[in-house]
Design a protein around this ligand. Structure first.
Ligand code: 5AD
Ligand code: SF4
Length: 426
């Protein structure tokens, strides 16, 4: 979602006649888009901001701003802590960015804008910004009403708001006209997208599936409690919907899931995965999990490991629990030591690494359809992804970026597959 938001703000800058640069020393505007979902993300953003401050001494004209969830959360206190900041732009204030830029550059005003009643932004007129982008993201809803006890999102992104389907479909058609072949529909809780009583997320997916020249559809992130039968069945129905779902489980212990206010049990989660696999046997399952939530005992942690072994995820994003200001978990008793969190995380990641590698090795010798996204890290190599979202690198002399091609997998590693081109499809 931050990438999507950054692109919106990037377009505003381009239409205000700014040009992009890779070198912060040359920049006239630096706007740092932040995340605050975990303590580490917030620390990284602040340390980047700290490194940008000296540039202001060299170029007093520089406009230095911060946006995103951390800006929303901290508001004017950031201005006090970093007096060189010119702009603190909240998550629902993006529409006013252009006017703020003008005000700052003409009168050097300092602006803190963190109102949450503002609208979701509408797409800007075509200025060629997205030309040649094979894979794009699009927000279809924002905010969250779930209040999982550890999570800052409902406080910094507000309540759930869905965008009108007509606008979403138009935006996707525009992206496709610029070269997009794959779209990921985004929302903090995307499967609770709802336009009216009869038009929900499945209705939207069905319409997106009809868009000509769009080859692949993905969506993220789903909440297990809102994964309806309707949505599960749609995996068998829509030919462009990729066989992959990211379905965070957070913990394998029912006691911890209750404390997290997740409103499903491990049994229900296992059942959902079973049904998804029944409907689309090749479906890849990825997830998020946390270790060291308050009161997590060794037994609770073992339940998490056990769930990982039972499900055999294709990939897992795993984190140490960190306190977020204002959440109910922050005030809970029974906090877990950092060293215990670290050792649990290491154990968990070692287990998952073996599972991921084992699954990837099963693909050796098979042919996979790959959407080519761009150049790989190694010379002469191209890179893309399978429909199940696995990275594939391969050598090819032709420029097949943006094409769907067949690749024979020769070698599997944990993070990527290596293959050779066998067939150009379309
Ligand atoms: N501490 C650690 N991890 C967190 N996440 C969300 N909040 C926290 C927190 N306070 C993780 C969850 C979520 C992912 C985006 O970040 O696993 O799914
Ligand atoms: Fe946070 Fe996701 Fe829970 Fe919403 S559903 S509160 S975004 S973890």
């Amino acid at each position: 979602m931050n990438e999507y938001d950054s692109d919106y703000l990037g377009q505003v800058l381009v239409s205000s006649n700014y040009l992009p640069t890779d070198n912060p020393k040359q920049a006239d505007v630096i706007l740092i888009n932040t995340c605050t979902v975990r303590a580490k993300a917030a620390q990284k953003a602040l340390s980047l901001l700290g490194r940008m401050v000296p540039l202001k001494k060299r170029n007093p004209e520089l406009i230095l701003g911060i946006t995103g969830c951390l800006a929303q959360q901290e508001g004017s206190s950031l201005m006090q802590r970093f007096p060189d900041l010119d702009l603190v732009l909240g998550t629902r204030e993006k529409e006013r960015f252009e006017s703020f830029l003008k005000r700052i550059s003409t009168s050097r005003e300092k602006i803190v804008a963190i109102d949450m009643d503002g609208p979701l932004v509408s797409p800007l007129p075509n200025n060629g910004y997205f030309k040649g982008r094979v894979k794009s993201f699009i927000s279809v809803m924002e905010g969250c009403n779930n209040f999982c006890s550890y999570c800052i999102v409902p406080y910094v992104r507000g309540r759930e708001v869905s965008r009108p389907p007509k606008e979403i479909l138009e935006e996707i058609r525009h992206l496709v006209s610029q070269g997009t072949r794959e779209i990921t529909l985004l929302g903090q809780n995307v499967n609770s997208y709802k336009w009216d009583k009869t038009y929900g997320f499945s209705s939207l997916l069905k319409e997106v599936n009809k868009i000509e020249d769009l080859a692949r559809i993905r969506f993220t992130t789903s909440h297990p409690k809102d994964l309806s039968d309707d949505l599960i069945n749609i995996f068998a129905e829509l030919d462009n919907l990729c066989p992959h779902i990211h379905l965070p489980f957070q913990s394998g212990s029912n006691k911890i899931l209750r404390l997290m206010n997740r409103r499903y049990s491990r049994e229900r989660y296992i059942d959902l995965i079973g049904r998804l696999r029944q409907v689309r046997p090749e479906i890849a399952i990825t997830s998020d999990v946390m270790v060291g939530f308050p009161k997590e005992s060794d037994e609770d942690f073992q339940m998490t490991l056990d769930l990982i072994k039972k499900i055999e995820f294709d990939n897992l994003y795993s984190f140490k629990y960190s306190d977020r200001k204002g959440t109910s978990a922050e005030k809970m008793e029974g906090k877990v030591d950092d060293s215990k969190k670290s050792s649990r995380l290491e154990t968990l990641q070692r287990l998952q690494k073996d599972i991921t590698l084992g699954k990837n090795r099963m693909l050796e010798g098979t042919r996979m359809e790959v959407l080519v996204e761009g150049y790989g890290k190694r010379n002469g190599q191209l890179t893309g992804r399978t429909a199940s979202n696995k990275v594939v690198n391969f050598s090819c002399n032709n420029n097949v970026i943006g094409n769907l091609i067949d690749v024979k997998i020769q070698h599997a590693a944990v993070n990527s597959l290596q293959g050779i081109l066998t067939n150009m499809n379309h």
